[in-house]
Design a protein around this ligand. Structure first.
Ligand code: ADP
Ligand code: ZN
Length: 294
């Protein structure tokens, strides 16, 4: 028996998947993340695990969680799940299932999933980025997930792209998330007189040639390119995989991003850096969580 359980814990939904040894998600169960109490959120998690376990035996459990995580304590304090602060997810899941459990940040798991089964196959030094409501990410270095000291390495959304920039939810200033997330690019365009509602509309406007929408993507992708090139220079990367809702914009995002990158990738060892769209969509977290217990 080589199937495992994978959990993907996010601010919007909690998903549990059954994943086989090849990294295929065989079945998936998910529910909205409860906001009322820590125990309500746990009950939903436990119910989903129960549903998945009733399908058949599994060997271990991998957990991808929104951050921050505290890897050594086995606890999570997701920014977008206010009811869970230092929540002992690893101990709870271990107690419930009697199985070995491993925890990782969701950005790390996305990178790991893409490295195993997605657009990152074959890459040895990989940055995975999720550009959505916020910006997250994770690193796979020399083929191995890089946790960092506390399990939070790879938080690329909070790399600084403009030291004098606007305040960020993290308490800092000018993080790339304040310049290039879906809602922030949208807000900037609205301030310039564009009248759409969200980043999906913005992508459609840019595709149709709207000057403000194109400028919004140019501005966002210049910030993204700066942090991508910086990370590549520090970590000697060969590949960047970008997923998340905003990556669905396709060429409207990747075109100006690749162009902006040429302004920063002068060093010989990052000149050939490849930047590609993610492959696994919403399954990347589950596949990466399964990879933690591979
Ligand atoms: P979450 O942030 O909850 O993980 P998503 O990854 O779906 O959710 O990201 C949501 C963001 O992606 C929103 O800002 C949304 O407008 C944007 N988005 C969704 N589809 C597209 C698209 N085709 N082009 C550009 N942005 C998109
Ligand atoms: Zn920040």
């Amino acid at each position: 028996m080589s199937t495992v359980l994978a959990l993907d814990i996010g601010g919007t939904k909690i998903a549990v998947g059954i994943v086989d040894a090849e990294g295929t998600v065989l079945q998936r169960f998910q529910l909205p993340t409860p906001r009322d109490s820590a125990e309500a959120a746990w009950r939903v998690t436990a119910d989903l695990i129960g549903q998945a376990r009733s399908v058949g035996p599994v060997r271990a459990v991998g957990i991808a969680s929104a951050g921050p995580v505290a890897l050594h304590a086995g606890t999570i304090s997701p920014v977008n799940i206010a009811v869970w602060r230092d929540f002992p997810i690893v101990a709870r899941v271990a107690e419930l299932t009697g199985l070995p459990v491993r925890l990782g940040g969701d950005g790390l798991c996305m990178a790991l999933g893409e490295h195993w089964r997605g657009a990152g196959r074959g890459a040895q030094f990989l940055l995975g980025m999720v550009v959505s409501t916020g910006i997250g990410g994770g690193l796979v270095l020399d083929g191995v997930p890089y946790d960092g000291r506390t399990g939070n390495a790879g938080h690329v959304g909070h790399m600084v792209a403009d030291a004098d920039g606007e305040p960020c939810v993290c308490g800092g200033h000018g993080c790339v998330e304040t310049l290039a997330s879906g809602p922030r690019m949208t807000r900037w365009a609205q301030q310039q007189g564009w009248t759409g509602a969200d980043a999906k509309d913005l992508a459609a406007s840019a595709t149709a040639g709207d000057a403000v929408a194109l400028a919004a993507f140019r501005r966002g992708t210049r910030a993204l390119a700066a942090v991508i090139a910086s990370t590549a220079a520090v970590c000697d990367l060969d590949l960047v995989v970008i997923g998340g809702g905003v990556a669905n914009a396709g060429d409207v995002l990747f075109g100006p991003l690749r162009e902006a990158l040429t302004r920063h990738t002068g060093l010989s060892f990052i000149r050939d850096l490849r930047v590609v769209p993610a492959d696994l969509g919403g399954d990347a977290g589950l596949v990466g969580a399964a990879a933690l217990v591979r």
